[in-house]
Ligand binder design. Structure first.
Ligand code: HEC
Length: 208
């Protein structure tokens, strides 16, 4: 159902939203540290001063960043603030507890399989990442094999294509959408570059 909301946006609009949200996430600081720093700044203030106090002026730059890379942030897009209902994220399917704010290990597997096998599924230092980007960009199709031994069910959405179908919100029927479905090169929800950043992150998880 996420498609309905998401694909009311043009690919350019969707990718621009992702870019803006990503920039915000890359500045995000550890919430526990941030809260403690704000408390510290408030300590010893009078009641009158507290009433005037603007928490957004507290310098929290010394707190560690929540996301170490753009790929990690994209993988978790919407986890912290519900952005787009998590529609852009990978974690909502590939990480246990993601949807209710108690995520376990990134890519540990939930509705989607664990991502610990991607170096075997898409092997090779240059071919592997490209094949993995193509897979994430196009998504899976029912009964179509992917990678070394993947068996697609059609449940993995394609992030760089606009699906050629739409769901009728009145009766839930899936119909054919005559609109140009676009190509993975031009991107849809995400650009190729954004997917590339996620794939890099996923491959780093698999190396641990
Ligand atoms: C709606 C749930 C869902 C979302 C969201 C989702 N996936 Fe998947 N993913 C799956 C399923 C299910 C599979 C297994 C293949 C199949 O069933 O067709 C899969 C398979 C994969 C695989 C292959 C793993 C292997 O070893 O075979 C990779 C890599 C992957 N997803 C990456 C991603 C990335 C990156 C994102 C975010 C950009 C993402 N997925 C978002 C459901 C999802």
């Amino acid at each position: 159902m996420d498609y309905i909301e998401t694909f009311q946006l043009t690919p350019e609009e969707a990718q621009a939203e992702v870019t803006t949200q990503l920039a915000k996430m890359m500045e995000l600081r550890d919430p526990t540290c941030t809260a403690a720093t704000i408390e510290e700044a408030k300590a010893g203030l009078t009641e009158a001063e507290l009433a005037e106090f603007d928490e957004t002026t507290v310098d929290t730059q010394s707190c560690p960043k929540v996301y170490a890379s753009e790929g990690e942030a994209l993988f978790n897009m919407g986890y912290d603030d519900g952005f787009a209902g998590g529609a852009y994220s990978c974690g909502r399917c590939h990480t246990k507890g993601w949807s209710y704010g108690e995520k376990q290990e990134d890519g540990g597997g939930a509705f989607g399989p664990p991502l610990s096998n991607v170096l075997n599924q898409f092997p090779g230092n240059s071919l592997g990442p490209q094949q993995q980007v193509d897979f994430v960009c196009n998504g899976s199709d029912q009964g179509i094999r992917y990678g070394q031994n993947g068996q697609g069910t059609g449940r993995m959405p394609g992030y760089c294509i606009t699906p050629g179908y739409k769901i009728n919100p009145d009766n839930g029927e899936v119909g054919i959408d005559p609109k140009d479905t676009g190509t993975a090169d031009s991107g849809a929800m995400m650009s190729q570059e954004q997917v590339r950043a996620i794939v890099e992150y996923e491959r780093s998880l698999a190396r641990d």
